[in-house]
Design a protein around this ligand. Sequence first.
Ligand SMILES: [Zn+2]
Length: 124
Amino acid sequence: MKIVFNKIGSTKKTFELTVSGVSLEGFLVKRGYHRVRLEGEMDGEVKLFCDRCGEEYQYDMKSPLNLTLSDEVIETEDDLDIIEFIDGIIDLEFIVQSEISSIENSFKCCEKCSEDESEFEKEF
Ligand SMILES: [Zn+2]
């Protein structure tokens, strides 16, 4: 789902899409000359492989997603939750896909291994 940056006004524009089994539902609203606010809720599950035991498991993606979008290059690093869409086209699939990728690319372990870890911490 692609939305033209300049078409977003001060009235909330709602959207809903699903990418690779993960849904994002929310709205876009203009927040300034080059700023659009995205507020939404992700839901769904992705298949991950545990970094500890290698087992495949389901990860629950349910969480709020709040981002600022801009159609210009951001020079300050004050707000790390800014995503740039320099061509003026907001690509919502890209946003959901990058949320999934950031989880896939970070260290993660299945429930069983995280339980083992908390037991380990308790013992020492
Ligand atoms: Zn594991």
